[in-house]
Design a protein around this ligand. Structure first.
Ligand SMILES: [Zn+2]
Length: 431
C-alpha cells in the first residue's frame, strides 16, 4: 500500500492538493484542490451524479444552502447530541478528545488535564449585524438536513411517487478536534448524499439494494476489490434512530477506514422535522389510500475521501526496462487530463502549428494539455505521473503523412492515427 506522504507530496508537486493558506503557515485540516485536483474531484462528483440522478428515473437533485434555520439542528439532534467530550491541558492548553485519550496526563507536556467537558462540533456563526443569540446560526455539519426539510417541496414540484430519492452534493463543516491523515478527516469537506424515501415495509429490501449499489460503484470506477469491503455496524454502534448501517471501507495507509456509510434511518428525520416545525411531512399513498411517513435509506459518501481512495488505488510504481515509471492509472472517466499534445520539435513553425491546431480541436469537452517544455521521455513521465490517458506526439513525419503517434498510458503501445480521425478516436475512448 502506498504511504500517505508519497501521495501528499505528489499531490502538492503536481497540483492536486495544497494545504490551505500555505503562505501564512497553513490552516489546519483544510485543503485546497489545485488544477488537477479540481478536475479529479469534479469527475468523481459527475460520475456520482450521473449514476445516482441521471441514469435513474426515481431520483431528483437538490442544492440547498449551507446556512439553515437554527431550529433545523435542534430537530435533527445536532444541538444536543453532536458533541465530543474534551479535556484541556492546563499547562500547554492543548485540547484532546476524552474517548481517544490513552494517558492520564498531557502527552505533549505531561501537564494536568481539566475535567472532560462536552464540545459541540458545529461551526457557529452569526446572521445579520448583531452578534446576539437571536441571530446565531451554524454551518451545516451534513447536507442531509437540507434534503429532509425540502421533502415536501420536491415531492410536490416533481410529482414523484414512492419510492424515490433526493440527491445532493455539497460542503459540510465539522470542528473536529482529531483531524489528519491528509484529506481523510478535515474540518471543511464535501459530501455526496442520497436520501431515498420508501414505504416502511419495503425499507429493508431497499437498504440492501443501496448497500450493494454503492459498493459496486467504487469497484466499477477502478477501486481494487482487495482494497474495499463492507462492514456492518454492531447494534451498540448505531445511532439511536438507525435500524441498520453499513460502512464501505477502503484500505487506507492508516488501515481500513470509512469511505461511505449507508444507513437505514427509519422515519426519524421526517417525524422530527414535522414535530418541531409543526408542518406535515407525510406522503399520501393513492393506491393504499393512506397517509404515511416514509422511511429513509441514506447512502452518504465523502467526496474528499473518494478522491483520496481513487488516488491511492491508482498509484503504481512500475519497472520499465531499467527505469522506474510512476503512473496513476485512473479509470478513464476519472483521469483529470484525457490527452496531452506533445510536439517533438519546437523550432519548426509548421510542426508547432499542426500541434497547436490538434490541441485546439481536441479541447473543449474535456481537459487537454499542450506541453513542449522537455524531451519526449520526460514529457511521457510527467503525463504518466498525473494519469493522462493518451499522449499525442507530433513529429516531422506528421507534416508528410498527416498522422500522429498516440500512446496509451496503460499499455504504452503506440499507434499512428491520421489527424482527421484523431478527434473521433479520442472522443470514443474517453467519453
Ligand atoms: Zn500539555
Amino acid at each position: 500500500m502506498t504511504d500517505l506522504s508519497k501521495i501528499s507530496s505528489l499531490c502538492k508537486r503536481r497540483g492536486f492538493v495544497y494545504q490551505s493558506s500555505e503562505i501564512y503557515g497553513g490552516l489546519g485540516s483544510v485543503w485546497d484542490y489545485g488544477p488537477l485536483g479540481v478536475e479529479l474531484k469534479n469527475n468523481v462528483k459527475n460520475l456520482w451524479w450521473k449514476s445516482v440522478v441521471y441514469q435513474r428515473d426515481d431520483v431528483e437533485g437538490l442544492d440547498a444552502g449551507i446556512l439553515m434555520h437554527p431550529d433545523v439542528w435542534k430537530a435533527s439532534g445536532h444541538v444536543t447530541n453532536f458533541k465530543d467530550l474534551l479535556v484541556d491541558c492546563k499547562s500547554c492548553k492543548k485540547r484532546f478528545r476524552y474517548d481517544l485519550l490513552k494517558t492520564k496526563s498531557c502527552p505533549e507536556c505531561e501537564g494536568e488535564f481539566t475535567g472532560p467537558r462536552p464540545f459541540n462540533l458545529m461551526f457557529k456563526t452569526f446572521i445579520g449585524s448583531l452578534e446576539s443569540e437571536s441571530s446565531e446560526a451554524f454551518l451545516r455539519p451534513e447536507t442531509a438536513q437540507g434534503i429532509f426539510v425540502n421533502f415536501k417541496n420536491v415531492l410536490v414540484s416533481s410529482r414523484k411517487k414512492l419510492p424515490f430519492g433526493i440527491a445532493q452534493i455539497g460542503k459540510a463543516f465539522r470542528n473536529e478536534i482529531t483531524t489528519g491523515n491528509f484529506t481523510f478527516r478535515s474540518r471543511e469537506f464535501e459530501q455526496m448524499e442520497l436520501e431515498y424515501f420508501t414505504r416502511p415495509e419495503e425499507s429493508d429490501k431497499c437498504f440492501e439494494y443501496w448497500v450493494n449499489e454503492r459498493f459496486n460503484w467504487y469497484k466499477k470506477y477502478g477501486i481494487n476489490e482487495k482494497n474495499i469491503k463492507l462492514r456492518e455496524h454492531a447494534k451498540n454502534e448505531l445511532a439511536h434512530y438507525a435500524k441498520a448501517c453499513y460502512d464501505i471501507e477502503f484500505l487506507f495507509p492508516m488501515g481500513w477506514s470509512e469511505l461511505e456509510g449507508i444507513a437505514h434511518r427509519t422515519d426519524f428525520d421526517l417525524k422530527q422535522h414535522s414535530k418541531v416545525s409543526g408542518k406535515s411531512l407525510t406522503y399520501f399513498d393513492e393506491v393504499k389510500n393512506e397517509e404515511i411517513t416514509p422511511h429513509v435509506i441514506e447512502p452518504s459518501g465523502g467526496v474528499d475521501r473518494a478522491v483520496l481512495a481513487f488516488l491511492l488505488d491508482a498509484y503504481k510504481e512500475e519497472k520499465v526496462r531499467n527505469d522506474k515509471r510512476v503512473v496513476l492509472n485512473f479509470h478513464k472517466y476519472l483521469a483529470p487530463i484525457k490527452a496531452a499534445v506533445l510536439p517533438l520539435l519546437r523550432n519548426r513553425p509548421e510542426l508547432v502549428k499542426l500541434a497547436k491546431d490538434i490541441y485546439k480541436d481536441l479541447r473543449g469537452d474535456y481537459k487537454v494539455q499542450y506541453d513542449d517544455t522537455a524531451s519526449i521521455g520526460r514529457l511521457y513521465r510527467r503525463q504518466d505521473e498525473i494519469g493522462t490517458l493518451y499522449c499525442i506526439t507530433v513529429d516531422v513525419d506528421s507534416l508528410e503523412d498527416k498522422k500522429v503517434t498516440v500512446r496509451d498510458r496503460d499499455t504504452m503501445k503506440q499507434e499512428r492515427i491520421s489527424v482527421d480521425m484523431l478527434k473521433k478516436y479520442v472522443d470514443e475512448k474517453v467519453k
